[in-house]
Design a binder for this molecule. Structure first.
Ligand SMILES: [Zn+2]
Length: 278
C-alpha cells in the first residue's frame, strides 16, 4: 500500500508514494518497513522495489530480536531508499528546524542486503563491515527463513539508543560521555596518531564531517551485541562504554556469532596491521 507523508510534504521524509510492509515484533509491536513505490520521486525507486523480498525483512526481524526490547522499541520505522550514500541513518539534529527527521527512523541503503561483508575505511584505518554475522553470503538470495542478523543494523540502532539517552534539549550529534574522543575535546590535531585513536574501539571512530565520538559509541554498541567474539574484542579494548552497555543490555547470553572469530581492525598507526586485540 502507498503511504502519505504526515503533516504535509517535507515535514518528515520518505512517506509520499512509499510502499510498506509491517514487521511484528515480540511484544506485539509493529514496525513499518517502507521503500519507494512506483509513484515516489526518489531516483532509485524502481530498482529497490524490485529487489526487496521476505529475506530482507527477515534480516531486520532477526536483528531486532537480538537486542533488548527497550532498544528494539526505539525503532519506529525502517526506510530502504538509498537516501544515505552509505548504509546508515541520515543525520538527526534536534536544534536544526530544517531537519525534520525524528531520531526514531532508520534509513538503509540497499547494499546492506545485496553485498557481502567487506573492508571499509574509517578515520584511523579499516574495519570489517559486518553486513551479516557470516562472511561470504548476502541477504539477497538467502532463504526466507534464514538466521542472518546484521551488526551494521545494530550500529544504526545504537545511534537511536544514543538519542534516547541524551537530554531532550541536546543539540546536534549526541555523544555519550563514555564514547568521547579527541574530536569532542577538540585536541586531535595536537596529538600523535596513537594518542588520537586512544579510546576508539574501531577505526571508524568519528563521523567524517563532524569531529565527535558518536560513531565510537555506535561501534561499541554493535560490538556488545554482535556475538561472543566481538564482545571479547570490546572487553580486550577496555572500552569506555562497557559499564553503560552492561547496564542497558543486561548480561544477556549471546549465542554463536557464526563468524568463526571476530575480525580485528587494521590500524593506520601501526602500518595498516591488525596490531590490537580489537
Ligand atoms: Zn554510525
Amino acid at each position: 500500500m502507498a503511504s502519505r507523508e504526515p503533516g504535509g510534504p517535507r515535514r518528515t521524509f520518505s512517506w509520499d508514494g512509499y510502499d510498506a510492509r509491517f514487521l511484528s515484533r515480540a511484544g506485539g509491536a509493529c514496525v513499518p518497513v517502507l521503500w519507494p513505490g512506483a509513484s515516489a520521486t526518489t531516483p532509485r525507486a524502481p530498482e529497490i522495489a524490485g529487489l526487496i523480498d521476505d529475506a530482507w525483512l527477515r534480516l531486520i526481524e532477526n536483528t531486532l530480536a537480538r537486542l533488548p526490547e527497550a532498544h528494539a522499541a526505539r525503532v519506529l520505522r525502517v526506510v530502504i531508499d538509498d537516501r544515505p550514500t552509505e548504509h546508515g541513518i541520515a543525520p538527526f539534529d534536534r536544534g536544526d528546524p530544517s531537519d525534520a527527521r525524528d531520531g526514531r527512523t532508520l534509513w538503509l541503503h540497499h547494499r546492506l542486503f545485496t553485498e557481502k561483508n567487506h573492508w571499509a575505511h574509517g578515520n584511523f584505518g579499516s574495519y570489517w563491515s559486518y553486513h551479516v554475522q557470516r562472511d561470504g553470503v548476502t541477504v539477497d538470495g538467502s532463504p526466507r527463513d534464514h538466521a542472518l542478523y546484521s551488526p551494521v543494523l545494530m550500529h544504526e540502532i545504537g545511534h537511536l539508543v544514543a538519542y534516547s539517552l541524551a537530554k531532550p534539549d541536546a543539540v546536534g550529534e549526541v555523544t555519550p560521555a563514555c564514547a568521547r574522543t579527541c574530536g569532542d575535546r577538540g585536541d586531535c590535531a595536537r596529538l600523535s596518531p596513537e594518542e588520537r585513536e586512544r579510546g576508539c574501539v574501531s577505526p571508524y571512530c568519528m563521523p567524517f564531517k563532524v569531529a565527535v565520538g558518536t560513531e565510537n559509541w555506535a561501534e561499541q554498541y554493535r560490538l556488545f551485541f554482535q556475538g561472543p567474539g566481538a564482545r571479547a574484542a570490546l572487553e580486550a579494548a577496555r572500552a569506555g562504554c562497557l559499564p553503560l552497555l552492561r547496564e542497558l543490555g543486561g548480561e544477556r547470553a549471546l549465542d554463536g556469532d557464526g563468524d568463526g572469530g571476530y575480525r580485528r581492525s587494521r590500524w593506520d598507526s601501526c602500518g595498516g596491521r591488525a596490531c590490537k586485540a580489537y
